[in-house]
Design a protein around this ligand. Structure first.
Ligand code: ADP
Length: 525
C-alpha cells in the first residue's frame, strides 16, 4: 500500500484525470473505466465493477476490472438479488453475504469487498464495488477514497443521463417540426435563419440546406403584403416597445409570398419572440401557414353572397313587374297576355322556391347530418315526372328516358331524390345553352341502381370535375358567368346520394357534354 502523502498526491492526480475526462466529454463508459481503475489502484483492489441503475430499477454492470466476461451474467444475477430485496444501508449483513457470494464466484482468492452506492441528491444511480485479495479492517481513509471516486462517477452518470434526455427532447422537437404541416423557422435577433423545416421548404421552394444562415428577407419575399410588416414592426420596437405599452405580443403578417420558382402562395406568418431569462431577445420563432384554401373559401363565399342576392332579386323583380302590370286599372288585358304573365309569375315563384329549398338544405347540412325519410321509390317514374315538368321550361332541348323495363323499386327518400334529379336536369339545361338532347336513364347490377343524366352541352374541364361537388364551387368560365347559379346544386345532390349510401361522379369532356351518374344501393343497411 502507498504511504501518505504519496497516496494523497496519487488520489489527486486520479481525480484530476477523471474530471478532465468528464469535461472533455468522453463517453460515459470511458469515465467509468477511469473511475474503476483509479479506485482499484488506490484501494489496492484486485477486481472491481460499476453497475448502473436502469430505468426498470435493475442494476446492470457497465464497467469491470479483472472480471472475465463469462462471469457477467452470474454477477448481474447476484446484483439483482442483492438490490431487489434490500433497502440501501439497512440490511448490511445481507449485502455482505451477497458480496461474498459474488467474490467466490469470481475468484476464490478474494477476501474482502468494499462497496458504495453512487448517489445524486437522494437518488441512487449505481454501485461501485472493489474486491481485495486480503482482508484488513476497512479504514476511514478507504471509505473516503471510495467516496471521492463514487462522487465523480455519479456526476458522470448524471451528466450522461441529462445529455441523453436532452438528446431525446431534441429529437422529439425535431420530429414535431419535421412532421408539422405548418412551416416553422427559427431566427436569431439579426433575422438570420437558424432552423427551417421541410414544410417551409415546400412552401418557399428553398431547400432546408440553402435556407440555413440566409437572412429572413432573402427567403421570405412578398409579392403583396396585406397585413403587418416584420421590418416595420422591428423599426417600431417590436417585440419590446409596441404602441400603448402592449404586453409582449406575437406579430401576424399576411400576404402573397413570392416563391423561389416565381409562383406565389398565400400565407399567414406568426412571429413569436423568445426571450432569455434576463429579458433580452434570443430568438424569433416564425410559424408559416398556407392560407390558400381559406382564401379560396372566402372568395367563394363572397361570390356566393353576391350571386344569391342577385338570384333572389331577379325573380322577385319579375314577379313584381308582371303583377304590377296586370293590376293596372287603366289597362284592359287580353286573356292570353294575362295567362302568359301569370305563367311567368308561376315559373319565377317556382324558381324562388327551388332556390330557397337549396339554401335551406345547404345551411341545415352544415349543422347536422342529412336525415332521410325512407320509403319505396320508383325512380324511373320519378325521372319521367321531372322531365314532364322541365319540358315546359325549354323549347331548345329534347328529352329522352332510357330506363330498362321493370326497373327495380329502390328504398330511399323520394323528396330528396327528386331534388337531386331536379338539380341535375336543371344544370343539364342551363349548361347546354345551344340545346340538344338530355337523357335520363338507369342501369342495375346486383348491388346498385345507377341513374344518370346526360347532356350535350358545354362540358366541364378536367381540373374542375372533382370540385364541382364542393359547396359554392362554380367553374370559372364565360358560361358560368352568364348562367345563374349558386354552386349549391351538386353539393346537395352529393350529400343526398351519400346519405343513401351511394356515390356521385361526372364524366365530361369540354365542349362535348356531361353525364352525371349516381348510385343508390339496392338494399339500404
Ligand atoms: P350552380 O348553381 O352554379 O349550377 P351546381 O352546384 O349545380 O351550381 O354546379 C356547380 C358548377 O358545375 C356549375 O356552376 C357549373 O360550372 C358546373 N356544372 C354543373 N352541371 C354542369 C353541366 N351539366 N354541364 C356543364 N357544367 C356543369
Amino acid at each position: 500500500m502507498l504511504m501518505l502523502p504519496d497516496f494523497r498526491v496519487r488520489q489527486r492526480d486520479f481525480l484530476l484525470e477523471i474530471s478532465r475526462a468528464m469535461t472533455a466529454q468522453l463517453d460515459l463508459a470511458e469515465v467509468l473505466r477511469l473511475v474503476l481503475h483509479a479506485s482499484t489502484v488506490m484501494l489496492a483492489g484486485k477486481v472491481g465493477l460499476v453497475a448502473l441503475r436502469e430505468p426498470t430499477d435493475h442494476y446492470v454492470i457497465h464497467a469491470t476490472l479483472g472480471v472475465e466476461s463469462d462471469h457477467l451474467d452470474e454477477l448481474n444475477q447476484h446484483l439483482d438479488e442483492m438490490v431487489g430485496s434490500t433497502n440501501w444501508g439497512y440490511d448490511r449483513e445481507f449485502i455482505n453475504t451477497k458480496l461474498n457470494q459474488m467474490a467466490i464466484s469470481l475468484d476464490r482468492t478474494l477476501r474482502q469487498s468494499l462497496f458504495l452506492p453512487l448517489v445524486i441528491g437522494e437518488e441512487p444511480v449505481g454501485l461501485l464495488i472493489i474486491f481485495r485479495s486480503y482482508w484488513v479492517q476497512p479504514t476511514e481513509n478507504d471509505q473516503q477514497i471510495l467516496q471521492s471516486f463514487a462522487d465523480q462517477a455519479a456526476i458522470a452518470v448524471h451528466n450522461a443521463q441529462l445529455y441523453a434526455s436532452i438528446n431525446h427532447e431534441r429529437k422529439q422537437l425535431g420530429a414535431i417540426l419535421d412532421y408539422s404541416a405548418d412551416g416553422v423557422m427559427m431566427l436569431d435577433p439579426q433575422l438570420r435563419i437558424l432552423g427551417f423545416n421541410q414544410a417551409l421548404a415546400r412552401m418557399t421552394g428553398w431547400t432546408v440546406q440553402d435556407a440555413m444562415a440566409q437572412n429572413h428577407d432573402n427567403v421570405i419575399k412578398w409579392k403583396r403584403l396585406e397585413r403587418g410588416d416584420l421590418q416595420q414592426a422591428l423599426d417600431d420596437g417590436w417585440p419590446f416597445r409596441m404602441p400603448k405599452d402592449a404586453p409582449l405580443e406575437t406579430l401576424y403578417v399576411e400576404g402573397d409570398l413570392l416563391r423561389l420558382d416565381g409562383m406565389t402562395l398565400s400565407v399567414g406568418i406568426t412571429y413569436a419572440p423568445l426571450l432569455a431569462d434576463d429579458g433580452t431577445l434570443m430568438n424569433i420563432v416564425a410559424n408559416v401557414r398556407d392560407i390558400t384554401n381559406f382564401r379560396r373559401a372566402q372568395e367563394m363565399q363572397n361570390v356566393f353572397i353576391s350571386t344569391v342576392s342577385h338570384e333572389l332579386k331577379t325573380p322577385v323583380a319579375l314577379i313584381k313587374g308582371y303583377a304590377g302590370t296586370l293590376r293596372r286599372e287603366d289597362a284592359k288585358w287580353d286573356p292570353q297576355v294575362v295567362r302568359d304573365s301569370l305563367e311567368v309569375i308561376e315559373d319565377e315563384a317556382d324558381r324562388l322556391t327551388a332556390l330557397i329549398e337549396n339554401l335551406l338544405a345547404a345551411s341545415k347540412l352544415q349543422a347536422e347530418r342529412m336525415r332521410l325519410d325512407i320509403g319505396d321509390v320508383h325512380i324511373d317514374q320519378l325521372a319521367a315526372s321531372v322531365v314532364e315538368r322541365f319540358k315546359t321550361q325549354t323549347t331548345k332541348h329534347k328529352f329522352e328516358l332510357n330506363f330498362p323495363s321493370e326497373f327495380p323499386v329502390i328504398r330511399g327518400d323520394e323528396v330528396r331524390l327528386r331534388q337531386v334529379l331536379d338539380n341535375l336536369v336543371s344544370n343539364a339545361i342551363k349548361y347546354s345553352p345551344d340545346g340538344g338532347t338530355i337523357t335520363l336513364g338507369g342501369e342495375v347490377d346486383d348491388r346498385y341502381a345507377t341513374i344518370y343524366v346526360r347532356d350535350q352541352g358545354a362540358g366541364i374541364p378536367d381540373r374542375d370535375q372533382e370540385q364541382v361537388f364542393e359547396r359554392f364551387y362554380r367553374v370559372d368560365g364565360p358560361l358560368s358567368k352568364k348562367t345563374k347559379g349558386t354552386g349549391l346544386g351538386l353539393y346537395l345532390a352529393k350529400a343526398v346520394v351519400e346519405a343513401h349510401g351511394g356515390s356521385i361522379r361526372v364524366k365530361s369532356k369540354l365542349g362535348n357534354g356531361s353525364t352525371f351518374y349516381f348510385t343508390i344501393p339496392l338494399i339500404i343497411e
